[in-house]
Design a protein around this ligand. Structure first.
Ligand code: MN
Length: 281
């Protein structure tokens, strides 16, 4: 067993997207800052409705998946397939854009805290033009694994702890995504297996914690070095963090806004398909 060290810290930068939603973007803040198979990771968190209420009106995607994890607040997803999902506290939306989806993501509250994450997970070339799909994962469908000093919500992937394999709410495709929300009690320590073939990160969003004794910056994607396990330790106030990992795809990426393909020609095709209404045909 080799413990993964902190390889790189990608501090989130404040930006806005959609119709003016304020977000903190770590992975994906420029196209040079990615972590294969992940294209983007946004944290949104505000108690000011003005920061989020305008939401993300109707927009297209092609070539990847979006995973939206709502910690607090309500978000309504509607898409051209007729899916309508109202994401509530602790729920997840798993959307496969595939060959094309047009959807809106609109906050459903005018007061209170809105807090969550959106991850963009790339698809390999052979899956980019798959049929679009959408799945709501309600909070009670996400396995919660109690551990000494810790609680692990396993949104996606498989995690073997003390010889027991736990399955997440979503098992994902070719990139075998692992996505866990980990709450650590004050000064708690936990060791988790993360297969050597996966690239990954931890994202500290509350409290203080260290990875293999290296302090983590809050609101930053802390990239995991090589190895097959992570050792996390919380500070005196406890900590909450995401563990996100996946198998790198290793293909060229050409991105134009919400379209992520392998070649420039495929991007031009996506734009043309969108203009002519064939993105979702
Ligand atoms: Mn979207």
């Amino acid at each position: 067993m080799t413990t993964r060290k902190l390889k790189r810290t990608i501090a989130a930068v404040e930006t806005s997207d959609g119709a003016g939603v304020r977000i903190k973007r770590s992975i994906g803040q420029t196209q040079a800052v990615r972590l294969d198979p992940f294209l983007m990771l946004d944290e949104f968190g505000s108690d000011r409705a003005a920061d989020y209420i305008a939401g993300f009106p109707s927009h297209p995607h092609r070539g990847f998946e979006t995973v939206t994890y709502m910690i607090e607040g309500h978000m309504l997803h509607e898409d051209h397939l007729g899916n309508r999902g109202n994401l509530k506290n602790g729920g997840v939306q798993w959307m496969t854009a595939g060959r094309g989806i047009i959807h809106s993501e609109m906050p459903q509250q005018e007061a209170g805290v809105m807090r969550g994450f959106q991850l963009w997970l790339n698809l390999p070339a052979r899956d980019k033009m798959t049929d679009a799909g959408y799945r709501d994962i309600q909070p009670d469908a996400i396995p919660v694994i109690p551990q000494p000093g810790a609680t692990i919500k396993l949104i996606a992937g498989r995690l073997t702890l003390a010889g027991v394999e736990h399955l997440g709410a979503e098992l994902g495709g070719a990139t075998r995504p692992l996505y866990a929300d980990i709450h650590l009690a004050p000064d708690a320590e936990i060791t988790l297996p993360v297969a050597a073939e996966l690239c990954g990160l931890v994202y500290l969003y509350e409290g203080e914690a260290s990875l293999a004794d290296q302090p983590l910056q809050r609101s930053a994607a802390s990239e995991l070095g090589e190895g097959d396990r992570v050792e996390l330790r919380a500070g005196a106030g406890g900590a909450r963090l995401l563990l996100i990992a996946g198998k790198p795809i290793g293909e060229p990426i050409v991105q134009y806004g919400p379209f992520v393909m392998n070649t420039r020609e495929e991007i031009e095709q996506a734009l043309q398909d969108y203009r002519t209404g064939r993105l979702t045909a």
